[in-house]
Design a protein around this ligand. Sequence first.
Ligand code: DGI
Ligand code: FE
Ligand code: FE
Length: 190
Amino acid sequence: MNRESALELLKPHLTQSRYDHTVRVTDVAIKLAEHYQVDSSKVELAAIFHDYAKYRDVKEMEQIILQSNLPKDLLHFHSELWHGPVGALLVKQEIGITDADILSGIHWHTTGKAHMSTFEKIIFIADYIEPGRDFPGLHEVRQQAEHDLDTACFLALKNTIAFLVKKQQSIYPDTFHAYNYFKRKIRGVI
Ligand code: DGI
Ligand code: FE
Ligand code: FE
């Protein structure tokens, strides 16, 4: 599937601003894929569809989680976390993409997880650093993204966890697992 037909399939599912975000994520992801020598046409599709389920009805997503193999513990956390795992499932069912790298890039783009592949890290970081974003500490993550994806992921996870703690929100276990994993990894223990 080429970029144009993928974007055409995506467009009806998003608002204009979310669509513009997606195009920026896609451009950053392709640059990272070229830099880290990962299949850029697959990265392009994962980036295009990463927020495919962002505006699905919460009740519909809840039913999908209950009726699929997705982990049920998602239901105990903020519904904002559901669009990654549910999106991967719907992109497979509705768009017909079956590639495991693309689907897992979509699945883990919000929470992250331990032992992420380079492909998954690229989608995770591109979503975080796209030029429309403005978070505290973003400059450092953008700089690290060009040199060391593990450090970039660690810093992004640290910032997100700190942000969620400040708002007294719950934090999904895989986000902590990812944080701890990258902390050990950049120290060279793993
Ligand atoms: O979909 P986007 O807005 O492009 O980006 P995203 O998928 O990373 O955003 C989801 C939001 O979910 C993010 O701003 C922080 C929030 N969130 C809520 N609970 C958690 C969480 N993010 C992580 N990583 N872990 C959580 O437990
Ligand atoms: Fe998202
Ligand atoms: Fe996004």
